[in-house]
Design a protein around this ligand. Sequence first.
Ligand code: ADP
Ligand code: MG
Length: 712
Amino acid sequence: MFETRKDAIAAVAARPALKSGDAIPFDLETYASDVFGIDCMRERLPKGVFQKLYKTITEKSPLDPTIADDVANAMKRWAIEKGATHFTHWFQPLTGSTAEKHDSFVEPDSDGKAITVFSGKNLIVSEPDASSFPSGGLRATFEARGYTAWDPTSPAFIKHHPNGATLCIPTAFCSYTGEALDRKTPLLKSINVIKKSVSRLMRCFGEDGNAIVTVTLGAEQEYFLIDRQFYLARPDLVQAGRTLFGAAPPKHQQLDDHYFGTIQPRILSFMGDVEHALWRLGIPAKTRHNEAAPAQYELAPLFEDLNLACDHNMLVMDVLKQKAAEHGFVCLLHEKPFAGVNGSGKHVNWSVNYGDLNLLNPGSDPHQNAIFLTTLCAVIQAVDKHADLLRATTASAGNDHRLGAAEAPPAIISIFLGEQLTDVIEQIEKGNLKSSKHAGLMKIGVDTLPPLPRDATDRNRTSPFAFTGNKFEFRAPGASQACAGANVILNTIVAEAMDDISAQLEKAGRDNFNEKLQKVLQSVIKKHKRVIFNGDNYTEDWRKEAEKRGLPNLVSTPEALDAFLWEKNELLMEKYGVFTKQELRSRHDVFVEEYSRKIKIEGELSLNLARTLFLPAVSKQLGTLAESINHMKSVGLKSGLNTVISMAERIGKLADSIEACAVRLEKNLTSGKPDKILEEMHKMRVNVDALEKLVDDDLWPLPKYREMLFIL
Ligand code: ADP
Ligand code: MG
């Protein structure tokens, strides 16, 4: 058997089985102990300083710069007690991961003795050279200056490594001229936008509009874990994060025996370590389970304030990778690491609150119900008007393999409401809201809606955007994507729809409010109900139906990203000050560029593997077969001869097809057209996967799916 593959299996087999033993108790005191949070601040900051900072954090009021030195000093002391020697401004450039450049606290004083230094200025702003981050033309490299600015609403935290620790300060990242170069800046802007719109809408309902508005996010994270030995023997995983070749094994997920199955001890021990690390970071990891595909798992935290939850999800991805390495695994966050089995998504659960009131909670009294239905209608209008933008936020080379692959929602964005809510919506449309399907009689008027049962919605796993009881769940984002992208758009488009509704309500005045509200909602539903779809999103019928309804179906990444350039979207983003036209364009360019670079890397890798691994394996195999054929002929052995000849022929033909693909792929790589590269890669893969099923198992150079997905 091929050396590395044999060695990989042997190494995994040699791992001693884990015995269940005494649990390591989790000390509740250590929850959030790696975070410079509110408690820590209260304890360590002068009272006046704490009060000012607390106001900034809870009310998101502007930061008073005069307190920076005091905060920095307290933070430094705390971090040093935790073993930190360095600090970093931690930010989210447009690369898909986080960035950090460390500076030590340690400096010599004038006598050459070491002291520790960390000033208010160090805390508030930094100027990393940062010229190599994607900016989509917003900065030329010679004017490299980029600035990171402290975001006090997301607490600083400690990252541990084997012999030390680093203080990480969440920051926003922008250019010298103030353009956003990251994911956090537009997110914070969009949160401010929706806050204003919610306050305005609530004033229409007779509220004072002064309660604190929060957007909440619960990000479910799917991932694969495979043994590191297999990973190291798969150059495609190492370089592209996904397998570019690999025949489906006879058994994969057909029996549904992995989903929610008993979690293996080795996996559980990994999960336990992940959770302990997350809890120390104050990240409320809550749910863990096996997912549908073999070797696939999910982690879901409790929902939190959106900005914090976005930062936390970036950390979740980091911790998953780090702990996987400690346990001899590799965590794959690619959207489709293995063809033929489910890919990994990130379900973005989103809601918005006014004070304690979740606006997406069907309430127990008529007033709350009216607010709920209005918010619901605002979301319907928003998603229908800007489905293209939402789709664009999920576009990536990896997610293209997942969306619409009969396991994940298609690229057509529609809303699932469930039977009962759809019924209510239909009745508002008709203007005679009388009864709810399951909840008995209702009198006319939104103010007489009966309590809607909280969990009246059924589940529809095929829908990209589903109402799930007290929140919407956007299921199209990919496992590796930052949450911020989708949420920036969601906040802004819902804000716009709310403003639209508010404007009509303000004009109508307070007399006969409920009747007028009904009329407004009725017209929203009439205009936008085409986006509601409760059926099976995987079917061809839905694709046709959606086309009839005029819903966009932007299948590939380049098509989907075009939405960033459309005038309607530029106008929207400029109106709300979330993105300038230039920023939108720059994002478009960054993502398109990233897409074509990734495809090119995959293309080159495919070519390389074909010529240096698969074709040489074929040549060895054909050599052996030819020898056998000669031998059989020389001794006059007739039976079996034709079988061996036809084996050689089948393998030889596939080899010829692979080489033909390689020649075309090579050409396409020079022209650089992603769709052409993908097409040839796909053809090549079909041939290689067929070959895998014919070539002597001992000669096959790469770990097979049945090994990577099942041996641990
Ligand atoms: P499922 O797998 O059925 O979708 P999970 O329990 O795995 O459900 O995940 C649901 C996610 O939604 C959790 O992260 C949960 O905290 C989050 N969530 C619940 N309520 C809200 C809310 N009001 N706003 C945002 N997210 C929420
Ligand atoms: Mg879910």
